[in-house]
Ligand binder design. Sequence first.
Ligand SMILES: [Cu+2]
Length: 165
Amino acid sequence: MNRRLALLAVLLTFALQGDLSHSGPQATTTLQSDTTVISVDSTNLRFSPSSVTITEGDTVRFFWSGQALPHNAVEENGVFDTGEPARAVDESFTFPLGSNGTYVFVCEPHESVGMVGEIVVEPAEVPADPPAVQDDAEDTPFVSVVLTVSVVGFAVGVRRLQGNG
Ligand SMILES: [Cu+2]
């Protein structure tokens, strides 16, 4: 009976450790979000700046007004699009996690004269460990069951031990 009790105690210890390991600080996905403005320069035929580097989670704002010519910004694969060319535009696009890459965009009326730009999106440094989060979701019910069974088993074991003694 002592041996069985010891086994239950060990099982209970493992169950508790498993439970405790999940109660630590949760990984948080806090993204810094900056906004970069792209406008039109004084030549009326260039984006300013024409090349920007941002990080996932950041926003690019296409912003101009009172322009002599109507402009737009259309990403070559349709990722973003400010719509019809206009003398005043205010459109923002946020690049979410996983969107890292290079995005080339053009002003449709002035693409042929070189009114093009690019946005380089760098991956965000996220402290979270995605597999650990998945483990948490899968393990917690199992740990709870083991813990419950262990506590019940431990109680029964103690009762039997006391009964025998
Ligand atoms: Cu233009």
